[in-house]
Design a protein around this ligand. Structure first.
Ligand SMILES: CC(C)(COP(=O)(O)OP(=O)(O)OC[C@H]1O[C@@H](n2cnc3c(N)ncnc32)[C@H](O)[C@@H]1OP(=O)(O)O)[C@@H](O)C(=O)NCCC(=O)NCCS
Length: 173
């Protein structure tokens, strides 16, 4: 399966919206607003164009991942939210490719760590551990297991503690 991971372009926006909508349509723990969240985050100062990536298969967009800036204390890190793969193409390694390529680019850009709120069985495959272990807290009620962080460079979370400040667009509808 030849999957290309590349930066999202302006002409991809509608297709990305469709993919994110479809991916979350029947997902648990979803408010089914993730496609609108992606659209809102593109207009945020926390948006990082290099970290809005699409997965392309046979000329079509089949997956998308977005990382945006967050603050923890006086440090700028990133958060992974959301990641989406079309239902009919899930469990074929596309999500993994998007996450790993995103981490690689983020480290290259100088981001030291990434925070995610998500499935505690999925993200540990990519090095994520409970954020509480690093002294990082969510700004909302969340189960300890599902709020996770990963160092993108060694020691990236050594001096990071505090409550995560997300882009305000996460809380708008
Ligand atoms: C989560 C998602 C992006 C993963 O993409 P993917 O291409 O299906 O994932 P991969 O093929 O890289 O990995 C598949 C593995 O992850 C597991 N997995 C996928 N979704 C999972 C979930 N929601 N919870 C736990 N494990 C999950 C699969 O069981 C599979 O495990 P295996 O490798 O042991 O067989 C995709 O399933 C998706 O779009 N889901 C709906 C939207 C969503 O929930 N996004 C994440 C929000 S945190």
């Amino acid at each position: 399966m030849n999957i290309i991971i590349r930066q999202e372009q302006i002409e991809d926006v509608n297709e990305v919206c469709h993919v994110v909508h479809r991916a979350f349509e029947s997902a648990d723990y979803s408010d089914h607003d993730e496609h609108n969240l992606v659209n809102r985050l593109r207009n945020s100062t926390n948006y990082i164009p290099e970290l809005s990536l699409v997965a392309e298969y046979e000329g079509k967009i089949v997956g998308h991942i977005l990382f945006t800036e967050i603050k923890v204390g006086n440090q700028v890190l990133i958060t992974l939210a959301p990641v989406a793969v079309l239902p009919e193409l899930q469990s074929k390694g596309i999500g993994k490719k998007l996450i790993m390529e995103g981490h690689r680019i983020a480290a290259q850009l100088g981001y030291k760590a990434c925070v995610v709120l998500g499935h505690d069985k999925y993200y540990p495959k990519f090095g994520y551990k409970k954020a509480s272990q690093y002294g990082i807290e969510a700004p909302f009620e969340v189960s300890d297991d599902s709020f996770m962080a990963v160092e993108l460079i060694e020691g990236g979370l050594a001096d990071v503690h505090g409550v995560v400040e997300y882009a305000k667009q996460f809380f708008e509808k």
